[in-house]
Design a protein around this ligand. Structure first.
Ligand SMILES: C[S@@+](CC[C@H](N)C(=O)[O-])C[C@H]1O[C@@H](n2cnc3c(N)ncnc32)[C@H](O)[C@@H]1O
Length: 247
């Protein structure tokens, strides 16, 4: 059964609970993408100290926790899943960030309409598929629509309204969803895209099977590399900055 993975919901901020002991649920466990996003953030810590930071799609909340640890002054997060909201609010409270953290259960930019941030990060669902879940993950974890760009395009289009002039955004980006398309779209909205951390990630066979056929056929041998029974996809952490702020 196909499950819709994009619901126009916006809710009130989530109450941060009192400190509570907590473990990451297996459905929200960090992926290789999460790891690389944290690695890229740790490589440039001076841009995080004192920043007002936003994460779209916070999942377990571990990237927000890393931002807090790196010295962000304010943490804001949006996620569509109640399970993510519950887990992240517990963990961030447990880590002592309740006073500087606000989480919203809602859809992409809606909960932060009219607000701007110094740093925006996202590991969006952007696997090219219309099928629901892979393994024990929720369908909303990686389903990016047939070309994988459903949320990526929405994210890039919203940057101009949400990023402060000198701010930057860091995003995970599969190469097989077309880096040039993101670069061109960003340019139209006044942003430059820069690859800050290129990498290769393992694509489990059961996940590759759900990839839109036309994308798999076009990208195999280009950005998807198959060695025996194992497949790897090129991906990178990319940065968006306003074009005029780099002059
Ligand atoms: C690939 S996971 C990343 C989770 C976490 N940031 C990490 O790296 O471990 C994508 C996250 O985006 C969330 N998401 C999916 N659709 C969304 C939407 N329309 N608005 C906000 N968050 C969404 C999912 O619930 C999921 O937590």
């Amino acid at each position: 059964m196909n499950v819709p993975c994009h619901l126009p919901i916006v809710k009130q901020p989530i109450d941060m609970p009192a400190r509570a002991t907590n473990a990451v649920s297996s459905q929200l466990r960090p992926s290789e993408y999460t790891t690389l996003l944290i690695q890229a953030l740790r490589a440039d810590p001076q841009t995080i100290v004192g920043a007002c930071a936003l994460e779209i799609g916070f999942g377990s909340g571990v990237v927000l926790a890393a931002l807090g640890d790196l010295g962000a002054a304010h943490l804001c997060g949006v996620d569509i899943e109640q399970q993510a909201a519950d887990a992240a609010s517990r963990m961030l409270a447990d880590l002592g960030y309740a006073a500087i953290c606000e989480l919203f259960e809602g859809d992409m930019w809606l909960p932060v309409a009219g607000r701007r941030f110094d740093l925006i990060v996202a590991n969006l669902p952007h696997f090219p598929t219309e099928n629901g879940s892979v393994g024990d993950r929720l369908p909303s974890w990686s389903c990016g629509g047939p070309d994988g760009r459903k949320f990526l395009d929405e994210f890039i289009k919203g940057l101009a309204e949400h990023l402060r002039t000198e701010g930057r955004a860091l995003v995970t980006h599969n190469a097989f969803v077309d880096l040039d398309c993101s670069r061109d779209l960003a340019a139209r909205y006044g942003f430059a895209l820069r690859v800050v951390l290129p990498s290769l990630v393992y694509i489990p066979t059961e996940k590759l099977r759900t990839m839109t056929d036309s994308v798999r056929q076009r990208q195999q041998g280009r950005t998807i590399h198959v060695y025996g029974p194992c497949s790897f996809g090129e991906m990178s952490i990319v940065e968006f900055r306003r074009t005029e702020s780099r002059a």
